[in-house]
Unconditional design. Structure first.
Length: 91
């Protein structure tokens, strides 16, 4: 984890990354944000019920594949265990 990111990130190349969120992260570090490109989030592991929320929508369980349109506010809501996702940026 870096000071700016609440996760560990591994660059897989070709605009693909694996991000790991630790179970002891503070929810306040998971801020509403938007991204500059469309992206898919593929859930690799979700221990403890982590949630995903797009602005003006109810939170959903982080599972399977989620599409996030560019410049759309969204956030992750902490669960009780570890979360590992693969990010595919569509550039």
């Amino acid at each position: 984890m870096t000071k700016n990111n609440p996760y560990k990130e591994t660059n897989l190349g070709k605009s693909q990354y694996v991000r790991e969120f630790d179970s002891n992260i503070d929810q306040s570090e998971l801020e509403w944000h938007l991204d500059e490109e469309d992206r898919f989030v593929d859930v690799i592991e979700n221990k403890g019920g982590w949630l995903f929320q797009i602005d003006n929508q109810l939170p959903i369980l982080l599972e399977g594949r989620i599409f996030i349109p560019k410049e759309t506010y969204h956030r992750v809501i902490k669960g009780k265990g570890k979360l590992i996702v693969k990010i595919v940026k569509l550039t």
